[in-house]
Design a protein around this ligand. Sequence first.
Ligand SMILES: [Zn+2]
Length: 315
Amino acid sequence: MSKRTKQHLRNVIKKAIQATRSRKEPTCAHVVCQNPRMKKNLAACIMVGLVFTVCGNVWSMDVASATGKQDQHQKMVAVIIDDLGNNMKGTEQILNLPVKITVAVMPFLPSTKQDAMEAHKRGHDVIVHLPMEPKQGKPEWLGPGAIKANMSDEEVRAKVTAAIKEVPFAIGMNNHMGSKVTSDKRIMSIVLDVCKEHGLFFVDSRTNYWSVVPELAVEKGMPPVRNDIFLDDTHTLAHVNRQLTKVGEWVDEHDTCVTIGHVGVSGMHTSAALHSSVPTLKDHAKFVGISDLVRSEWGWKGAPATHTTIPSNEQ
Ligand SMILES: [Zn+2]
């Protein structure tokens, strides 16, 4: 409230008090209306009421805008970078980002452990990037340890467990490809159960419109966290920059944004665009790891035993 408004309010209240003190008549409105002096008093009272209402509104707006500003600071953007674990292009540049991100590391590959440990050392979150059968695509794109639609319950359980043990410091999991498997309720139910048993949550990458993951996650008391924006489905710097602009617009409208990019073919573009966009995006939201987002948004309390997966010579 401005100084001038406060002064005005004080004057109005003072006048109203003076008017009330000097009156002798009953205060019922229908009587007051017939009495010129009481009319004056009533007008003063109405004015006081009005001033209080206006000032109250101004105060409420101040509080709302302050709260809005506070919310602005609490908005979160979680960048997940997929496909680490195979010495892919852009890995070092991604790990060098000056903000906290999440790396999704594929199991059973040459740099699986190295990438996961390096990311953890630099303060980033690590999740398992589990290969899952797509509707289309070459089998060799899947990578080792993939979950396929024709596997038995026991096979799926064994594969997921082995993948979790492969990736040091993993606190969650997401899917690599998987347009076929993520719509399979039987398989995804086992995947989510194994994740939960190990204290991991599952991020639906949304490679499939018909994914059953969010619905299953809610049923199992897990965070239904999913990708909002793909950064680099087209491999050009201009496209990644455009997508990052969309991330900024998204967090202006929503409290959180999960966005997924990749190392590999688009790795250099994605890392370069992220490096240049971070300062601007920081004005829109705070960069957090995906674990911070699920704890804050859904009160996730999973406690994975990541230390058991570190190779003994590295401990
Ligand atoms: Zn992937």
